[in-house]
Design a protein around this ligand. Sequence first.
Ligand SMILES: [Zn+2]
Length: 197
Amino acid sequence: MDASILFILGAMAGLLPDIDSDHSIPIRWMFRIITLAVMFLIIILVGSSPLLHLIAYLCAAVLLMYCLIIPLFKQITVHRGLFHSVPAALLFGLATLCIGQYVFMWTLLFSWLAAAFVCAGYILHLLLDEISSVDLLNGQIKGSFGSALTLISPASWPAYCVLYSAVLIGFLYLPMPNVLEELSHNMFAILTHLNSQ
Ligand SMILES: [Zn+2]
């Protein structure tokens, strides 16, 4: 049961990087789910208002989503941009850790395992994208080579700074699995011991 959750998470994470492709299936589903969630929220918040008002609110939300927010998202995201990068993979891993820990109340170790599987699935997608940009038969490298497994792109360095800062803050403030904590304690003990000699 637990292992199957991890594999499903890893497989789903393999679809995530392409959410920046305007016509990808994950992005369409993501927007549908967000729209439904917003409508649900409106019903919870103002469900007691007159029916006509409620319908107006719901229509306004859908219009706002499909006429403003989605076109805006498509404009600012470039396919194989920020989402096709190693820090994005790490960030999605850390987000999984947060959700597992604080929403699903998983154990710390299982949350970290889930984070690792998401990260691995994500990076596997990036790797496959890179491999597919090498034309093995003709020994040529397509123009898209190097655009998938990115560590940093000078053209959009401010965005990468934000990404890396978010990852750093995550690693600093999120709870570490016990194994790592023990390891760092032991390292600290060894270092102080060496220092005192
Ligand atoms: Zn891709």
